[in-house]
Design a protein around this ligand. Sequence first.
Ligand code: HEM
Length: 289
Amino acid sequence: MALTGLFLCLFLVGHLLGNLQLIFITGEEGKVAFNEYAYFMTHNPAVKVLSYLTYFSILFHAIDGLMLTIQNKKARPTNYAMNKPNTNSSTPARYMAILGTVVLVFICTHMVNFWAKMHFTNMPLHTITKSIEAPVGQDPTTGQPVVKELEVDYVYTTNGQYQESKVSLAEMNYSEEKYEIKKGTMLYDKTSGLKVAEGLKDLHSQVMTFFGQDIKGLPSNSNALLYVILYVLSMAVLGFHLWHGFSSAFQTLGLRSKKYVGAISMAGKLFAVIIPAAFAIIPILIYLA
Ligand code: HEM
């Protein structure tokens, strides 16, 4: 449990750094950075191995924790006659199983909302629409060029380029799709039938729609405030779980020697406050943006 717990702490640091891009890099640049990051995280072989280790650690940690709790209950079916819990342990230490269960429920719902969508659904591709003025012919009487407003959609591709994918002549209500999408992300030229490029899934917009209120160009989500509140509460629970868990892991591994006990306790408490608080800030700022 200690090893998987510490590995999950490392995962939290990495995951947090990746997610902070959502609030530190704004506009199209932020969207590009986050979607490229999400692509890298789901395609790089070394990261894939780390991901499988993470899934394993979550399952192992949860199952082992459950078994340990049952074992402890069986070992002492009746309560102590004299019980002063506050003098023996901190409050989070006594509620680790409940706190851990809430974190597990959070992780499951969280993965359904983002991870499963990214991996198993045809999420819309990262696309931008630009309005351009283009000459579309000549006025027969004056000989002057006729300029019309064109809406052009560009798909952002894995090779870092914007590929023109759809042109619509706004005034004539006419739109021409250049590509069809196969296998979720592959762009195929409609006329030649050849594969042109691979688009990036737009996970950034998925997250922004989930937590944001009426962000320009994205569908509105009437549940955003509820999701933000649930995320912030879950992060508080995660904080309490880590408050005891972090230093307890060092104790289990026999690394909490007298010399370092103070430093490890302090590091554990700082970790338990800073990491969940930084996670919680992300949905709050997206909601308020
Ligand atoms: C509020 C902050 C958070 C945001 C915005 C966020 C966002 C995301 C996104 C977008 C994904 C999908 C990435 C992908 O599949 O490549 C993801 C995956 C995941 N998240 Fe979070 N997350 C947050 C907090 C957390 C926390 C606190 C935990 C753990 C307690 C967590 C655990 C996970 C796990 C286990 C995955 C799957 C990772 C993998 O496939 O390697 N997330 N998260």
